[in-house]
Design a protein around this ligand. Structure first.
Ligand code: ADP
Ligand code: ZN
Ligand code: MG
Length: 494
């Protein structure tokens, strides 16, 4: 495979614009269960290699799998949150292939009768919302992990850790509904958020609990038929997904423009070299010889079980965003940020419940709080400032008992010390402590020094009023009550 240089892939924008990319994603997520899908071994991540294994997950002869009900339930939660139909009957199948990470010589998966089909999720890109179809969600077992580095004889040998073998996975296949790398990125982040909210998976791409393969093709805009697709693997971050798609789309267009055709194949993303390389062609694709798994009964899901699982689903991000906008008067953007995790959303609602106005609470959280957490490497759950304590600070500022500038200083002290806003304001003497007489004196000085602006104001230029407020606040070193400054200036200028 010849290495592509950037020159080869830089195609004129008007040429790129003639084509429409088509993208569909296949996502594997590790389901959050304590034990594996067909045995009682622990699914804990990071244990010493080959310590969480037993005859079943090592594929020893004579052993039988027993389905973990919790894994089915997790799959159902994801399916219902993705608006899929969870089928009354589904079935496991053997997917046959020979590789050392698969001790049985086959993977137990679902094929003809998956757990769920026909759902969707909604993404937002550049302010526009769009539905992306979910073709199917099925259950399967994970394979072992090959370790190619870190052992004494790694240069000549491959090592295998079977701890991961038999971990429950759910594969979620999208419809080919995405049209840009940004949409694919948005799909994956939205899916991740739904899986986090529902507690189905911890969806960590770095640890491999979320893995994504991208299918991509291009066609001339307006064409009815899809182009030939290529599957790209080895995308272990959200950024790589987007970069690999951008690369692959340009590569397809380059090939088509120069009169060639795309061959259906699987390619690997090479991050170090920022390109994809061919892994296997369609002709060499595996024939998995699927057949129904004889050692497991079909899965039956009653209406009662389905409703029970549905009942325990939390409010999902989309619904929460809409409710935040309508109930708290915050912008869709604010709602988006504040619902990015359930913990952040809960924190926000607690601040509002403790009496802070929604808009102000949203602002303080998105600036000071998120910055403080980020700088100190803390999660919202470990915030040194409780929602009630933040609400107290917000109220002090909103009622002009302290200025916004002082409020920020108080926030920093609260964050560092865990002390309350009222206490810090009292002890450090930060309350609005400039007397009305002092404000009036400062206001008279400012008016006397700026006759031009006084004239402008008197001739109806209301915008100049802000100038006076700013000057008086400056003269009182930001410690005056802004409301009092406003009132006094109005009086003097009228
Ligand atoms: P395969 O038989 O190769 O597994 P599927 O039809 O099962 O292909 O689709 C696998 C994934 O590829 C799905 O996510 C689907 O949306 C996507 N896909 C199918 N056809 C195309 C295409 N022409 N371009 C881009 N993605 C596609
Ligand atoms: Zn086991
Ligand atoms: Mg397929």
């Amino acid at each position: 495979m010849a290495k592509s240089t950037p020159e080869e892939t830089s195609i004129a924008p008007e040429v790129l614009a003639k084509y429409e990319p088509v993208i569909g994603l296949e996502v594997h997520v590790q389901l959050l269960t304590r034990t594996k899908i067909f045995c009682g071994c622990s699914t804990r991540f990071g244990d010493p290699p080959n310590t969480n294994v037993c005859p079943v997950c090592l594929g020893l002869p004579g052993t039988l799998p027993v389905l973990n009900k919790r894994a089915v339930e997790m799959g159902m939660r994801a399916s219902l949150a993705l608006h899929c139909t969870v089928h009354d009957h589904s079935r496991f199948a053997r997917k046959n292939y020979f590789y050392p990470d698969l001790p049985k010589g086959y993977q137990i998966s679902q094929y003809e009768l998956p757990l769920a089909t026909g759902g969707w999720l909604e993404i937002e890109v550049g302010g526009a919302r769009k539905r992306i179809g979910i073709t199917r969600l099925h259950l399967e077992e994970d394979a072992a992990k090959n370790l190619h580095e870190g052992f004494s004889q790694s240069a000549t040998k491959a090592y295998i850790d079977y701890n991961r073998c038999g971990t429950p996975l759910s594969e979620i296949v999208s419809e080919p509904d995405m049209r840009t790398p940004e949409e694919a990125y948005a799909y994956l982040t939205t899916l991740r958020q739904i899986l986090l909210y529902t507690g189905v998976s911890d969806v960590n791409m770095e640890d491999g609990s979320l893995r994504c393969d991208a299918n991509v093709s291009v066609r001339l805009r307006g064409a009815k038929e899809f182009g030939t697709k290529v599957e790209v693997k080895n995308l272990n971050s959200f950024r790589y997904l987007q970069k690999a798609l951008e690369y692959e789309i340009e590569r397809h267009i380059g090939v088509l423009e120069s009169g060639g055709r795309i061959s259906q194949e699987t390619r690997l993303w090479n991050q170090a070299e920022s390109h994809t390389v061919s892994m296997r062609s369609k002709e060499k694709a595996h024939d998995y010889r699927y057949f129904p798994e004889p050692d497991l009964l079909p899965v039956h899901i009653s209406e009662a079980w389905r409703s029970e699982v549905r009942r325990t689903l939390p409010e999902l991000p989309e619904a929460k965003r809409a409710r935040f906008v309508s109930s708290y008067g915050i912008t869709p953007y604010d709602a988006e940020v504040l619902t990015s995790t359930q913990a952040l959303a809960d924190y926000f609602e607690a601040v509002v419940k403790a009496g802070a106005p929604g808009k102000a609470a949203a602002n303080w959280m998105q600036t000071e709080l998120l910055r403080g957490l980020k700088d100190s490497g803390k999660e919202i759950g470990a915030s040194p400032i409780t929602p009630a304590a933040l609400a107290e600070l917000v109220k002090l500022v909103e009622s002009s008992q302290i200025t916004g500038a002082i409020g920020k200083k108080v926030f920093a002290t609260m964050f560092a010390s865990g002390r309350s806003a009222a206490e810090i304001v009292a002890v450090e003497g930060l309350g609005a402590q400039v007397s009305d007489a002092a404000i009036e004196q400062a206001a008279r000085d400012v008016i006397a020094k700026n006759p031009d602006n006084v004239a402008k104001f008197k001739s109806g230029n209301e915008g100049v009023f802000k100038f006076f407020v700013g000057q008086v606040m400056k003269a009182t070193r930001g410690q005056a009550n802004p409301q009092a400054v406003n009132d006094i200036l109005r009086k003097l200028l009228s």
